[in-house]
Ligand binder design. Structure first.
Ligand code: AMP
Length: 392
């Protein structure tokens, strides 16, 4: 049976069609620049990319083109072959402790969480509504970035702010990248042959977060109320003293919103280096002796190590550290320096293995704590959730 996994952003729509339960990817693709005259729709079939430039003014048209493309590119013969659609939804709040079969009530609750994810949830709803419209008889499932972290206890998710803020406005840590942290930690437990394993997942992409997983449950994670909290990222600052907002807004005559935007879009690698949000440029710059590139790298490494140390203590031990996502899977320099920074925990890098790609152990055989590269696969997690909920 074929299941479609969908990730709708404000101007893009990514999709992957799976044959289940074999988890074979039948096709994948992306619609970019939705809302513009020169949108691009790309299908990947049998390793070949089929690309088309088109005017795609809204998600409804984008979804219709995706569905039409599945037939015209002979990926499927009939829409009846699609037995379920899984949607990534960024913020599920405290309400969604599990993935959900989408109906009017579920959409209303996702809408009710827009205050907590003003950039993401509206785009996710647009994607859901477009697919419900195009495939009215196919079950649609919402899979939330936050659900996996709903197992955190109060000591981990509460901020030490007036408690009424939590009660009235939901001010607390939610955490994100949940499907990725779950996929990678489950795979690590499988490799270790230990369902009770204590694992730290470093999801290092343009957005980045760290998660402590104890016996398959998220017990703490670095992102917070929004994805801004935690370690420095491509363009996000990660943790700063909130007083920065007041100082910079008064010095530069900007609103808090404008300064917050700079913490989200002009900080992290980009802010410190002054030239790029991409780890490839940062590493090249560092190797060429650019001090600001070195700082961007080193500040991130230190903050990652801070979280690993703290989670080691919180879990009372550690079996493995896993690296995943764009940087975690592809940047040996970042893995090397993080592992060096937490060597005291009893972790020994295998320098040769660390230079390679794909799933592998990158610590030595004798290393007390193991380290792995485990490529993430959020889409397959979404497809698995669709099958799990449909068979209930
Ligand atoms: P993601 O958000 O998981 O797609 O990760 C995107 C980021 O991964 C990019 O911004 C790059 O910084 C990083 N990345 C991708 N490929 C490489 C590579 N070959 N070497 C180093 N970093 C990479």
């Amino acid at each position: 049976m074929k299941i479609l996994a969908v990730n709708a952003g404000s101007s893009s729509l990514k999709f992957q069609l799976f044959e289940m339960p074999s988890e074979e990817v039948v096709t994948s693709g992306i619609v970019e620049r939705i809302g513009y005259d020169n949108a691009i729709i790309t299908f990947k079939v049998n390793g070949e990319k089929i690309k088309e430039d088109k005017q795609i003014l809204n998600h409804k048209t984008a979804v219709e083109l995706v569905i039409h493309g599945l037939i015209s590119n002979k990926i499927i013969e009939s829409l009846d072959e699609i037995k379920g659609v899984g949607h990534r939804v960024v913020q599920g709040g405290e309400y969604f402790k599990n993935s959900a079969v989408i109906d009017e009530d579920v959409i209303a609750h996702i809408r009710g969480l827009i205050d907590l994810a003003p950039l993401h949830n509206p785009a996710n709803i647009t994607g859901i509504e477009a697919f419900r419209n195009a495939l009215p008889n196919v079950p649609q499932i919402a899979v939330f970035d936050t659900t996996f972290h709903q197992t955190m206890t109060e000591d981990a998710y509460l901020y030490a702010v007036p408690y009424e803020w939590y009660e009235k406005y939901g001010v607390r840590k939610y955490g994100f990248h949940g499907t990725s942290h779950q996929y990678v930690s489950e795979r690590a437990a499988e490799i270790l042959g230990n369902k009770k394993a204590k694992v730290i997942v470093c999801h290092l992409g343009n957005g980045a977060s760290i998660c402590a997983v104890d016996g398959g449950k998220s017990v703490d994670t670095s992102m917070g109320l929004t994805p801004l909290e935690g370690i420095p990222m491509g363009t996000r600052s990660g943790n700063v003293d909130p007083a920065v907002l007041m100082l910079v807004s008064s010095k530069e005559d900007k609103t808090y919103g404008e300064v917050l935007d700079e913490l989200n879009k002009k900080s992290g690698y980009l802010g410190l280096s002054g030239f790029s949000n991409d780890s490839r440029d940062i590493i090249d710059g560092m190797n060429e002796g650019n001090h600001r590139a070195y700082l961007a790298h080193q500040v991130q490494v230190k903050r990652i190590a801070d979280y690993i140390g703290s989670y080691y203590v919180y879990m009372g031990g550690l079996d493995a550290i896993c690296f995943t996502a764009g940087i975690g899977e592809n940047a040996p320099e970042v893995r090397r320096d993080v592992i060096k920074a937490v060597k005291v925990l009893g972790i020994e890098l295998d320098a040769a293995e660390n230079q390679k790609r794909g799933e592998r152990m990158i610590s030595t055989k004798d290393s007390k704590v193991k380290a792995y590269i485990i490529p993430t696969n959020e889409e397959v997690m979404i497809a698995r959730e669709v099958i799990r909920l449909e068979s209930k």
